[in-house]
Design a protein around this ligand. Structure first.
Ligand code: NAD
Length: 396
């Protein structure tokens, strides 16, 4: 494959940490297609967790080396892949940064399932060590490599740091205006209300960004993302070996993917409790587009950490079930809520910053049927689904 000419306008060298994952892979392709020189860094830990949990992506994902080879063939653009552990291979990471001097680093490389992070002490400790250790290694390596004034760090955070529905009213983009004791006005980080060890690591990440931004002048953008839905993007759809992962297990599968799989099998959609929990959503192709927008609009040197809410729309779980039911004809079944969470919550989210940069999101209403078709797949996929569902008793 031939790399695009280095003189392409706006071309940047971009490291995508966690570029083998659900969000990272389509984002890497999107950035490569836009002409950037993309290097994926991943330790393939997610594929190992699949083995540990005895589950797998519903879609058959190719190996990382095959993925980048096929992308080179279909696009004529080269993506390099470096296998290293961001949380443990500090020296390799620092050497990579010094050699490549990336203009931007997109950081997806974290353990991202809240249920997994709560399984037991082993998983809690792994999630903290991996996520907080990885984020801190990255920030320290940028500084040590003399790149503090050069490299823009773009991190994927979560709407979960705000604590759903705890703020009463619209959730602002990262900061709130307060009066400090004595009446002095100030802008501070929105209080953190993590609901799991995983969410707690994202709150700790946010504090590290504040520190490195103030202390070293690092330019950081933190994207507080909603639940990502959808599987493929225009780029991953270019060849079946570029297909993105689709998680539907009890730890990594989201509520929407559970509904899609149930709809594909024509079994009732299971809504926990009243289904009054409101969640924020964004389509995977919009994740990639928003990251590209963030890369194109770095904060000024010396500016505070930039925070965007990367969200397209919010829905109550019962409304989501009703939407899937209306599109597919399957029934809805309410079951007792196995989770310790508020039965009903409101969620209004500001996303004016991305809107002002021209973000026009894909909505669930418009894109849902493609996903049902993908989950249905062929007879072999349906067979596989039935087997797994029996094991997980998702059909209960
Ligand atoms: P994923 O598990 O599919 O991908 C994460 C990738 O990072 C995997 O390929 C994994 O192997 C890699 N990784 C993890 N630890 C690593 C390490 N120490 N060194 C190198 N590579 C490592 O997860 P995802 O859904 O793509 O999520 C990516 C990021 O986006 C996460 O930080 C997550 O918190 C955030 N996010 C995701 C969602 C969502 O709905 N998927 C929503 C909000 C935020």
């Amino acid at each position: 494959a031939t790399a695009p000419s280095p003189s392409e306008p706006g071309r940047k060298t971009v490291l995508v940490l966690g570029g083998d994952g659900f969000c990272g892979w389509p984002t890497a392709l999107h950035l490569s297609e836009a002409g950037h020189d993309v290097i994926i860094v991943d330790n393939l830990s997610r594929r190992k967790i699949d083995l540990e949990l005895e589950c797998a992506s519903l879609t058959p994902i190719a190996s990382m080396n095959e993925r980048v080879r096929v992308w080179g063939d279909v696009s004529g653009r080269e993506i390099r892949f470096v296998r290293l552990d961001v949380a443990r291979d500090y020296d390799l990471l620092a050497a990579l940064l010094a050699a490549e001097r990336p203009d931007a680093i997109v950081h997806f490389a974290e353990q991202r399932a809240a249920p997994y992070s709560m399984k037991g002490a082993r998983e809690k400790r792994y999630t903290v060590d991996n996520n907080v250790g990885g984020t801190h290694n990255l920030l320290a390596a940028v500084v040590e490599s003399g790149l503090a004034a050069h490299t823009h760090v773009v991190h994927l955070g979560t709407m979960g740091v705000y604590g759903y529905g705890t703020s009463g009213g619209e959730i602002p983009e990262g900061y709130i205006d307060v009066l400090l004791p004595g009446g002095r006005p100030s802008k501070i980080l929105h209080p953190a209300y993590p609901g799991s060890v995983y969410h707690a690591t994202k709150c700790l990440d946010a504090l590290l960004f504040q520190f490195y931004s103030r202390n070293d002048g690092l330019r950081v953008t933190d994207l507080h993302q909603g639940i990502v839905w959808g599987t493929n993007t225009a780029a991953t759809g270019r060849d079946e070996r570029l297909i993105n992962r689709f998680d539907y297990d009890g730890d990594y599968g989201t509520v929407l993917n559970r509904f899609l799989v149930q709809a594909a099998l024509d079994i009732p959609l299971t809504v926990y409790g009243t289904g009054g929990q409101t969640r924020a959503f964004i389509h995977i192709s919009d994740t990639a587009k928003c990251v590209a927008l963030a890369i194109g609009n770095p904060p000024e040197a010396g500016a505070p950490v930039e925070i965007f809410n990367q969200v397209a729309e919010t829905h109550r779980v019962r409304d989501l079930a009703a939407l899937v039911a209306a599109k597919t004809g399957v029934k809805v079944a309410n079951i007792a809520n196995p989770r310790n969470e508020a039965a009903e919550n409101e969620l209004e989210v500001a996303n004016a910053k991305f809107r002002s940069l021209g973000y026009d999101p894909v909505t669930l209403e418009a894109g849902l049927l493609d996903e049902v078709a993908l989950a249905k797949g062929d007879e072999a996929t349906l067979r596989k689904l039935r087997e797994v569902l029996q094991e997980q008793s998702l059909s209960s």
